[in-house]
Design a protein around this ligand. Structure first.
Ligand SMILES: C[S@@+](CC[C@H](N)C(=O)[O-])C[C@H]1O[C@@H](n2cnc3c(N)ncnc32)[C@H](O)[C@@H]1O
Length: 278
């Protein structure tokens, strides 16, 4: 089976992201792609760091708030050399008894995670567009109980997927009520067409996958059938917090939106109920 990150003629999504975050795990084509993106939108590195912080903050909150101890981080990225707390670090700080499984479709990412991120209960190959391949992965079967709620992290991954709505519908069908999805996604809303076109072209020209900017309404619609947690709602990642008190600056050149959403149909025991979920 081929792995996207093993093609060093093309920029890998994970290595480009590592460049944004200030890491060192990238090659020339990754750097050129990242620099082309940054020329169109100079705020991308800061937005990427805020996205990373959001993922850890929201994951830890979901685990503590809903007392869910099974976490799947799908599209984990290469982040071990980034001096910020990662999803698994934040989750285990919130609940040392939680199990965090990492998935990615890029073998290079998996090799990094296996070698350098000891917080995982397992690091497994999986593609978010093949949910059965993830949930029925032979090495995951004994580690997750699909009859119970899960926290699923989809940070900065669905904007590389042509049919993101199908992924969310697939999760809705497979997950137990009370499961929580933490999701972030780049948006075209309130970003100039010129900048969006420039970033899109940089990925089209050099990367293994295109990037799909979606409008705020399209990203909100990904949560159809889910309850988006309020007051945090769907907001710029640097403004997401369970009590709505984070107030990071808005960027002029790029926006990444984040939300947490709960699959309804389950009488939830919550640690706190700040604004409830809608
Ligand atoms: C921009 S990085 C995000 C890393 C991390 N989730 C974060 O937000 O800090 C995107 C990651 O998603 C992975 N990815 C992209 N498409 C994927 C797919 N279809 N299935 C699984 N992983 C995918 C890439 O290999 C990469 O590691």
């Amino acid at each position: 089976m081929t792995s996207p990150g093993l093609d060093y003629d093309k920029a890998s999504l994970a290595r480009v992201y590592n460049f944004y975050l200030g890491g060192k795990d990238w090659s020339d084509v990754d750097k050129e792609t990242a620099q082309a993106v940054i020329r169109s939108a100079p705020d991308v590195p800061e937005a990427a760091r805020e996205n990373f912080r959001f993922a850890g903050r929201a994951a830890a909150w979901a685990v503590a708030e809903y007392r869910v101890r099974q976490v799947l981080d799908i599209g984990v990225g290469i982040v071990s050399d980034v001096p910020l707390p990662s999803v698994e670090t934040c989750v285990l700080a919130a609940d040392p008894g939680a199990t965090v499984l990492a998935f990615d479709n890029d073998e290079v990412v998996l090799a990094h995670a296996r070698a350098l991120r000891p917080g995982y209960g397992g690091v497994l190959r999986g593609d978010v567009t093949d949910l059965d391949g993830i949930f029925k992965h032979p090495d995951a079967v004994g580690l997750i109980d699909m009859a119970k709620p899960l926290v699923v992290i989809l940070a900065a991954v669905l904007h590389f997927v042509p049919d993101a709505a199908a992924v969310m519908a697939g999760l809705r069908e497979r997950l137990a009520p009370g499961s929580v999805v933490v999701l972030s996604h780049v948006t075209s809303t309130q970003t100039s067409e010129r900048r969006v076109a420039g970033m899109t072209k940089a990925y089209d020209d050099k990367a293994i996958s295109p990037i799909f900017f979606r409008s705020q309404e399209e990203i909100r619609a990904l949560a159809d059938g889910w309850d988006i947690v309020t007051p945090s709602d769907l907001v710029d990642v640097q403004r997401w917090s369970p009590d709505g008190t984070y107030a990071g600056p808005l960027y002029d050149t790029v926006r990444v939106l984040g939300m947490a959403a709960v699959l309804p149909g389950h009488q939830q025991e919550r640690a706190h109920t700040p604004g409830g979920a809608r």
